[in-house]
Design a protein around this ligand. Structure first.
Ligand code: MG
Length: 381
């Protein structure tokens, strides 16, 4: 028994090095082995480097704006469906469960998950496609590359450096998502976040689509993955009314996917017994990802995704709103190219270093859906 126990005061917490050594698998990314930051900084007395990364992301303007950015459904009345922020929080919650259960670095996973969508422009993928068309001659636009620009350049919050000066591992994970040719092989933590992203959106897009009347619960139940979840729910709770059934099925869908992913991944990791995160990366490079579902569940997810694509993302109702919003974004882009002095000073100043069209795109990409539509009203009438 220590002195602290005798006096009843809490024990002095072990430092994060000791904590990581105690709880992480050898194949997890240990913060002690981090490649560090572009602009060197002193270590923090009680936060690990990845905890600091997480906090910098949460305190960024780009993160706050996710609250008012569209996930899939632009301009729908009501407040039921997901925004980018609630999607991000769902991904983070799933990813942390996966990381903790697999003894991977939960702090790193949390930082990656919170950051994974900060590059999204307004209007979701509709906005992304429009900006990509407008920037064809300037190297295009993608939300994943934009996240890297935000992390390394656009956020101006610290006196010592541009961007957020995040750990190399966070930037590398984003480079993987942006499909940059020089991106390294993804860490297991990066793979966890990608899998959690897919679990979250497959499930919540189905939920939102039923809520908005784009598909019916019966149509969803025709998919084997959803039907299996419904059978499981009925076994546990008996017959339920439509709304209770839908909610229970969606929770079950997440549970089924998470359980499958953990079992499949744990089996692979136990068999491999990697000595380090680097060793796991080598196998990933040669054999592909290790954090993947069993084949049967992967096939079920593919079918659900195909259904969502045809019935929801490309439905005439979603497409019609999408085209109207895209036209507004395009018109505003042209307007700012003709009136660069009406952009905030730092976007104006960057015109010289990054070019007019890129700087206008950076400004527009930072807007929320709401800001965009108000600004378009004001500028274009
Ligand atoms: Mg996402």
């Amino acid at each position: 028994m220590t002195d602290a126990d005798q006096t009843g005061s809490p024990p002095i917490p072990a430092d994060w090095h000791a904590r990581e050594r105690a709880i992480l698998a050898p194949w997890a990314m240990h913060a002690t082995d981090s490649a560090g930051r572009e602009h060197p900084e002193e270590s923090h007395p009680f936060r690990s480097p990845y905890q600091r990364d997480r906090d910098r992301i949460v305190h960024s303007a780009a993160f706050r704006r996710l609250a008012h950015k569209t996930q899939v459904f632009t301009d729908y009345p009501g407040d039921f469906h997901r925004s980018r922020l609630t999607h991000t929080l769902e991904v983070t919650s799933i990813a942390r469960t996966l990381a903790r259960t697999l003894a991977l670095n939960e702090d790193l996973v949390e930082a990656l998950a919170l950051a994974h969508d900060i590059g999204h422009p307004p209007l979701g993928h509709a906005g992304e496609d429009t900006l990509n068309d407008l920037l064809t001659d300037e190297g295009g636009f993608s939300h994943n590359s934009q996240a890297l620009r935000i992390m390394t350049l656009l956020e101006q919050r610290y006196p010592g450096f541009p961007g957020l000066n995040l750990s190399r591992e966070v930037l590398d994970a984003q480079a993987v998502r942006a499909r940059q040719p020089e991106a390294p092989t993804p860490l297991l933590e990066t793979q966890v976040v990608d899998a959690a992203d897919s679990i979250a959106y497959d499930t919540h897009d189905a939920d939102d689509a039923v809520e908005l009347g784009l598909v019916t619960l019966e149509e969803l139940l025709s998919l084997p993955l959803v039907a299996a979840a419904a059978r499981r729910v009925t076994e546990r709770f008996g017959e339920l009314g439509p709304l209770a059934l839908r909610r229970a099925v969606l929770h079950q869908l997440i549970e089924t996917q998470v359980a499958d992913l953990i079992a499949a991944t744990a089996r692979r990791l136990q068999a491999e017994q990697f000595a380090s995160a680097t060793a796991a990366r080598t196998v990933t490079r040669e054999d592909g990802r290790l954090v993947i579902h069993e084949p049967e569940l992967a096939a079920g997810k593919k079918e659900l995704e195909r259904f969502l694509f045809e019935q929801v993302y490309r439905s005439s109702r979603v497409m019609e709103v999408r085209e109207r919003a895209q036209q507004q974004l395009r018109n505003l882009f042209v307007w700012y190219c003709e009136h660069p002095h009406d952009m905030p000073p730092r976007y104006r100043q960057r015109v010289e270093s990054v070019g007019l069209r890129r700087s206008v795109a950076d400004y527009l990409a930072g807007m929320t859906d709401r800001f965009l539509s108000r600004d378009a009203q004001r500028r274009l009438g």
